[in-house]
Design a protein around this ligand. Structure first.
Ligand code: ADP
Ligand code: MG
Length: 467
């Protein structure tokens, strides 16, 4: 590999680590557009291209510490960053700037430990739990769909060393409140048991730390650090699928913590039974404690959440609008929040009261955005992958159970996510009539109601379609 390619890869690693330390939209706005130009090994100079002076000021201002911390870890302690500002990209005119002298900067930054990583001290120093302080129990509204996980979470928070539910495995589709709930548990534990070492980490971040530690030859420190934790919370554990090395490391950490009576809390977008690419012995361990589902919010909970967000934002929204939104956007709490924000923005921009007409517009737009790209082809492809059947099978007349299941699911999802009529769906899927399609839809819905595993597989397909 040429050294330029290798440096480019190093810069990509930097981006990966940065991504774990900033919000998604910040990453997209400020970091994604950065162009890696070169890294001069003898001068240890990293040259990065940015679109304007404004970008330079942001990167060399609020984000300076983060960037330097990451670059130093990956390119070496005394690397310097020089920005090339494309002042006129059409004529390729650029100026090069560097912030204040890197040496001065380094001195100042080294006192700072904003870089949240396993740089953390192993025992005596206080650990930064990396918990989100906005995700508390008092603002995690209770409803039928989250009652059980919520109360189990509370009981673990009160007695984190009892080990009755260890690990606690919380699963549920995107936006139903998993991240919120596990942070609330962590915060409550810190409040009631300040001496416990609580750590929240996203599975992706865990993976990045693991690969870094392998590369920097401090794998033992990595394992040791995690073994000192009293309450380990790993969010979105499904992201470790197919990451065999990371799974192995996690396996060791898990065993050590469990054996020593330390609490482990995991979240996932699916039930362990439908997790692919995860080692069997890990899946078995996930089920040792308690597995509980955070279900999609029901109408009542949607209403309660909406009302609380509305109150928080000081908005006035009539009962029928609240009902309308709760009725139509009940897939995820995240959607509800987005809708409340859009309603507020609309009412401010247009200086209008929030009425049902505005709500309809906003809801339609939010939901349309989600299903914008779903095509029949994509549905068929996703269904085939899930149950390992071919497209010919779907279009064939085969009555084999797994093929029928895949075919019927494709029909059901096509009706839900595309604008095709049932007759058209039948026509496209092997020339069936509309009655067959209606029958298929009913079969799928009935089965989803009684077969959790199947329901989970269908929702997995749906989340892939929306991704
Ligand atoms: P997930 O991790 O399951 O994808 P999050 O925990 O990120 O979902 O939740 C999405 C958003 O919805 C967050 O802003 C969270 O605060 C909010 N939320 C979820 N459930 C509730 C609830 N029961 N009460 C209040 N807010 C909630
Ligand atoms: Mg989450």
């Amino acid at each position: 590999m040429s050294s330029e390619v290798a440096s480019g890869k190093q810069w990509e690693r930097c981006l990966e680590v940065i991504k774990c330390n900033v919000k998604d939209h910040e990453f997209q706005t400020w970091f994604n557009p950065i162009e890696f130009i070169s890294f001069e090994r003898d001068k240890k100079e990293l040259l990065l291209g940015v679109q304007s002076n404004y970008f330079f000021e942001m990167l060399d201002g609020p984000y300076k510490q983060l960037i330097y911390n990451v670059v130093w870890r990956i390119f070496g302690q005394d690397a310097r960053i020089v920005y090339r500002i494309q002042t006129d990209s059409t004529n390729n005119i650029a100026i090069q700037v560097e912030g204040e002298s890197a040496a001065v900067k380094k001195q100042r930054l080294s006192k700072d430990n904003t870089f949240k990583n396993l740089n953390q001290k192993t025992t005596d120093e206080e650990l930064d739990s990396q918990l989100n302080k906005d995700y508390r129990f008092d603002n995690f509204i209770e409803g039928e769909s989250n009652k059980l996980p919520r109360s189990i979470g509370q009981s673990i928070a009160e007695n984190p060393t009892q080990g009755t539910f260890n690990p606690l495995f919380i699963y549920g589709s995107s936006g139903v409140g998993k991240t919120h709930l596990v942070n609330a548990i962590g915060l409550r534990i810190k409040e009631l048991h300040p001496s416990l070492r609580v750590l929240y980490v996203g599975a992706h971040q865990f993976e990045v730390q693991f690969t870094d530690s392998r590369r920097n030859n401090n794998f033992n420190d990595f394992i040791h650090f995690y073994q000192t934790i009293d309450v380990l919370i790993i969010d979105d554990i499904q992201e470790l699928a197919l990451k065999e090395g990371t799974q192995l490391a996690f396996f060791h950490i898990f065993n050590h913590l469990k054996m020593n009576g330390k609490q482990i809390i995991l979240t996932s977008d699916r039930h362990p039974a439908s997790m692919k690419g995860m080692e069997e012995r890990l899946l078995t361990r996930f089920k040792w404690g308690l597995t509980t589902e955070l279900e999609k919010p029901n109408h009542d909970l949607c209403k309660k959440i909406l009302l609380s967000k509305i109150r928080r934002d000081g908005l006035t929204i009539s009962e029928d609008v609240v009902d309308y939104v709760a009725e139509n956007a009940n897939e995820s709490v995240r959607d509800l929040e987005g809708i409340v924000n859009s309603l507020m923005a609309y009412s401010v921009v247009y200086n209008r009261d929030i009425d049902i007409e505005m709500a309809e517009q906003v809801v339609r737009r939010t939901l349309k955005y989600q299903v914008r790209n779903v095509t029949l082809e994509a549905i068929i492809e996703a269904v085939c992958t899930m149950w390992n059947v071919t497209q010919e099978d779907i279009f064939s007349k085969s009555r084999k159970a797994h093929i029928v299941q895949a075919r019927q699911t494709a029909m059901c999802l096509a009706q839900k996510h595309t604008k095709l009529t049932v007759s058209k769906i039948g026509l496209h899927i092997g020339g069936r009539n509309h009655a067959t399609v209606l029958h298929a839809i009913k079969q799928v819905k009935d089965r989803m109601a009684i077969d959790k595993n199947f329901a989970q597989q269908v929702s997995e397909i749906e989340s892939q379609l929306k991704a």
